[in-house]
Ligand binder design. Structure first.
Ligand code: PBE
Length: 266
């Protein structure tokens, strides 16, 4: 036949992101469990993945990416998750806020604010889309905070002002986490903290919270995506709370592709 298989059309490549991301480990597992023997997942970054997606989408070419929700790509492109009948990517999960041991004693006001921090996919989407459209990260975050004073007030309600104490938040350059950490920084500054955001890879992020070199992170996707890290550092970090419910990871393709399931890649 003169119609190529999906595999041939994309050169048996799934476009991945940074190697430490949980979705990369899940994708290796998917390749094994679905017996996708000819397939590989490429490593890169969140930004390189969305650039490749845009390039393919604009030409209506096939592409398969490691994707997750919330993410602005679903607002910009018509996309779908491939069904995952073996459940390799888990189901709905949560984004949790984690902190180093001793945070509650050392920085109780920050502990309180971070424990309270929770928002919705729509909230995060506003910040993510603004950044994607060219707004500076800190400006996009500030605009959201200004427009959502009621939500922010709930997180800071009854929290005493502090006097420039330092706090360090670690995050990975995933679009979702760029949004949440820039908002958290502004909110913590509003109660008087001197906030540093450090951008690292996922492995070093978990290590930093576990060894106390970072105070906290809002980037823990659980129970599945970061299970390996959570197990590895069990007992060396504390879960402060859930900052978002109902998030998801998986393999994502443009709607115009004629496949529906990971099994169709075989
Ligand atoms: N992500 C975004 C991360 C968690 C947040 C899905 C790319 C990961 O796979 O580890």
């Amino acid at each position: 036949a003169d119609t190529k298989s999906v595999g041939e059309a994309v050169d048996y490549k799934i476009t991945g992101i940074d190697p430490g991301a949980g979705i990369m480990e899940a994708t290796d597992k998917a390749i094994t469990e679905y017996e996708l023997d000819k397939w590989d997942v490429t490593t890169g970054s969140s930004a390189a993945m969305t650039a490749a997606l845009k390039k393919a989408y604009d030409k209506e070419e096939p592409i398969i990416v490691t994707g997750w929700t919330p993410h602005w790509k679903f607002a910009k492109f018509d996309l779908k998750y491939l069904e995952d009948p073996k459940g390799v990517y888990g189901g709905e999960e949560q984004i949790q806020t984690i902190g180093r041991l001793g945070l509650a004693e050392d920085l109780p006001e920050a502990y309180e604010v971070l424990s309270n921090f929770h928002w919705t996919e729509a909230d995060m989407g506003e910040v993510m889309v603004a950044i994607q459209e060219g707004e500076k990260e800190e400006v996009a975050a500030q605009n959201w905070v200004d427009a959502n004073a009621d939500k922010v007030a709930e997180w800071t309600d009854g929290v005493a002002q502090v006097d420039g104490e330092k706090i360090k938040l670690a995050y990975v350059a995933w679009d979702s986490e760029i949004a949440s950490h820039n908002v958290a920084k502004i909110v913590l500054e509003s109660v008087g903290y001197d906030v540093t955001l450090t951008q690292v890879e996922a492995g070093p992020l978990w290590t930093a919270v576990a060894d106390g070199s970072a105070d906290a992170s809002l980037a823990a996707w659980l129970p599945v995506t970061h299970k390996t890290y959570a197990d590895k550092f069990d007992g060396q970090f504390e879960v402060l709370g859930t900052n978002m419910e109902g998030v998801k990871i998986g393999l994502v393709v443009p709607q115009y592709m004629d496949i529906d399931s990971i099994e169709d890649l075989k």
